[in-house]
Design a protein around this ligand. Structure first.
Ligand code: GCB
Length: 639
């Protein structure tokens, strides 16, 4: 057991940072240099997976310490080669890239150079020219390090970036997992071990999101927080700006509309901007002009004995409110009904790597479907995706990687401390996105276990303290009477798979069982309910009528049976329905999965199954009934 757990023990514990995590943007004071493309790569296949550290692979070029291959970034490494040992590899892999940094970044002592990794799964250690600059636990959120000071020490050599990434999951990681050694040597070779997990998606690994360098002046805008509201026709943008690297500074903020006109301004680092005749941020299908974004242009001026500094950052701001009553979810005080999807970051070849063609295709499919929302099941997605949601008015339930918390040892202090830290990082990154309307702290934990009560109470109260403006939930699948965490959530989110995992083949029971599910939860908690998952596998192209499991017809009839009940309950307290799943996705191998989970209404290659057309008809009907269609739907359009 200890052989793989060294992975974390050997490293310093991670300190929670209280600095900001603004998305890197170019401006008149900031440059961005993307390091995406081909990196040099090696998996550490030594028996204890520790040779890279023992032989200090970070001290010289990776190619000098052994064989290397090309590896694209961003991408999971698992499906890139024909090597089965790399597909299912567990342990450290090493990435390296040399980059030439513009000379002025080095010569100008007033410039900070920051290395940022959008995400790497799961544990990362980063060196620059052989010197460790940071390490990070967690596979779905960004981390960064200032490296300008280091580069200036040896200005003539190229900047060599080495990143070691380890995908091992333990009882205290998020998601949790465990390493199991098979010690019966009549059945398994010496040293054989497997990674066990309790979640239903493939544990893709590698550098999943862009790596980049960006600059700021020495005195810089470290963080900006906005909270919005409105009264009558006046928008209110409460903001605060935090500055680093300057003893004293002046800050000017200007809020611009989409035409580039100033609508409010201030010379204070925090305050409230008032916007006359406000254009609110509205969800897609709720307003003619969804996703309206102002731009908050923040300008910092500071000086020290040597120089003056100016830093400029433009933050998109959507003005909207979110409220929950015992029966409704309100956006801008109007009832919002979630008709949306659950997704995964998942596709052929690139695995969980950010891929712009895929992202844009998925948004086009979401809009084609008439969906107004999605949940980032089961981990935070790339911030680039949330920016798309802000612009297109797609509403998001933003989920932490707290999936598969089933072992009682994963409810202990070590796990809770890490979970709290992940919520800090998540809220810090996503707090300013108008599309994010609710935090989900976990998916289907073993909420009936005694420690769950304290665990979720602490976690949910902590998240509410971090962000008092958004409701908090976790996603449940267990019996309402035994669920220890439900009293603390604002919205009940329930997953159920009637006539699939229970009563297989019996779609006729869905209506009764779903009705009971809703009445039980609402009766006990008097909180609005989202059907956060429901669905059935359909292997594309397999047909049978009358419907049988795994056919496209069966998937359709399951959906229809759920919809009948949703239509009764949405008039009362059901506030949303999210299909499981938007697209087929890869899972670990097992006898219930035929090359992955097939509950997608689209295939993994994003082609529609019969259920997609059914859902499209329903979602557009709901949109017509409850919302206001965007302007473009009134013209001939590619629906
Ligand atoms: C669930 C899980 C999801 C699975 C799904 C299924 O309840 O939340 O991760 O993929 O069921 O298809 O079994």
């Amino acid at each position: 057991m200890l052989r793989v757990l060294w992975l974390f023990a050997a490293l310093d514990s991670v300190l929670l940072s209280d600095t900001g995590m603004l998305f890197p943007r170019e401006s008149s004071s900031r440059e961005v240099k993307e390091l995406n493309g081909l990196w040099v790569f090696r998996a550490d296949i030594s028996p204890n997976r520790n040779q890279g550290f023992e032989r200090a692979w970070y001290k010289s070029r990776l190619a000098e310490t052994g064989p290397v291959i090309d590896m694209p970034v961003p991408a999971s490494y698992n499906d890139i080669t024909q090597d089965p040992t790399l597909r299912d590899f567990i342990g450290w892999v090493w990435y390296e890239r040399e980059v030439t940094v513009p000379a002025r970044w080095i010569t100008d002592q007033g410039v900070r150079v920051v290395l940022r990794v959008g995400s790497a799964h799961y544990y990362s250690v980063v060196w620059v020219n052989g010197v460790k600059v940071t390490e990070h636990e967690g596979g779905h959120l960004p981390f960064e390090a200032e490296i300008g000071t280091l580069l200036r020490k040896e200005p003539t050599i190229p900047c060599r970036i080495t990143i070691a990434v380890n995908n091992t999951l333990t009882l205290h990681t998020l998601p949790p997992g465990s390493i199991q050694y098979m010690n019966d040597h009549t059945r398994y070779p010496e040293g054989f071990f497997v990674q066990n997990t309790n979640f239903d998606f493939y544990n893709y690994a590698g550098i999943h999101r862009p790596v980049l360098l960006y600059t700021t002046p020495k005195a810089y805008l470290d963080d900006i927080t906005v909270v919005t509201d409105f009264m009558d026709n006046t928008g209110l943008v409460r903001y605060s700006v935090s500055v680093q690297g300057a003893a004293s500074a002046t800050v000017k903020v200007t809020l611009m509309d989409t035409g580039g006109h100033c609508v409010a301004s201030s010379n204070e680092p925090s305050g409230v901007l008032k916007v006359a005749d406000v254009n609110l941020w509205w969800p897609y299908l709720m307003h003619e002009n969804p996703g309206y974004l102002y731009s908050l242009e923040v300008r910092l001026m500071a000086a020290d004995e040597r120089s003056t500094y100016e830093d400029v950052y433009a933050l998109p701001v959507g003005i909207r409110t979110v409220n929950v009553t015992s029966t409704q979810f309100l956006i801008n005080n109007k009832p919002f009904y979630f008709h949306g999807v659950n997704k995964h970051e998942d596709a052929d070849i690139r695995g969980k790597g950010l891929d712009w063609p895929l992202v844009v295709k998925d948004f086009n499919l979401i809009k084609w479907l008439g969906a107004n929302s999605f949940r980032t099941s089961h981990y935070p997605y790339a911030e680039e995706i949330l920016q798309m949601c802000d612009r297109h008015g797609i509403v998001v339930i933003d989920e932490s990687p707290g999936v598969g918390i089933k072992d009682i040892r994963s409810f202990g202090n070590a796990s809770l401390t890490h979970h709290l830290a992940v919520m800090d990082e998540l809220v810090r990154r996503d707090k300013n996105h108008p599309s994010v309307v609710m935090w989900s702290v976990a998916n289907e934990p073993a909420a009936e276990m005694p420690p769950a009560e304290n665990y979720f109470k602490t976690l949910i109260l902590h998240t509410k303290a971090l962000d008092p403006t958004r409701p908090v939930t976790y996603i449940t699948d267990s019996n309402y009477a035994r669920d220890k965490g439900a009293p603390f959530v604002d919205v009940i989110c329930v997953n159920s798979y009637f006539s699939w995992y229970h009563d297989p083949g019996h779609v006729e029971i869905i209506s009764l069982q779903l009705n009971t599910q809703f009445e039980d939860w609402y009766g006990k908690y008097k909180k609005p309910i989202i059907q956060s998952e429901y669905g059935a596998d359909a292997v594309p192209g397999i047909h049978n009528d009358p419907p049988v499991m795994f056919t496209e017809e069966y998937q359709k009839v399951v959906l229809q049976s759920y919809h009948n009940v949703f239509d009764q309950k949405r008039k009362k307290y059901v506030i949303g329905e999210l299909i499981w799943n938007f697209a087929d996705f890869m899972t670990t191998q097992g006898i219930t999965r035929v090359v992955g989970n097939k509950k997608g209404i689209f295939t993994r290659q994003r082609q529609p199954k019969a259920a997609a057309f059914l859902l499209k008809e329903r979602y557009w009907r709901l949109a017509n009934e409850t919302g206001t269609l965007p302007l473009w739907t009134k013209y001939p359009c590619p629906l």
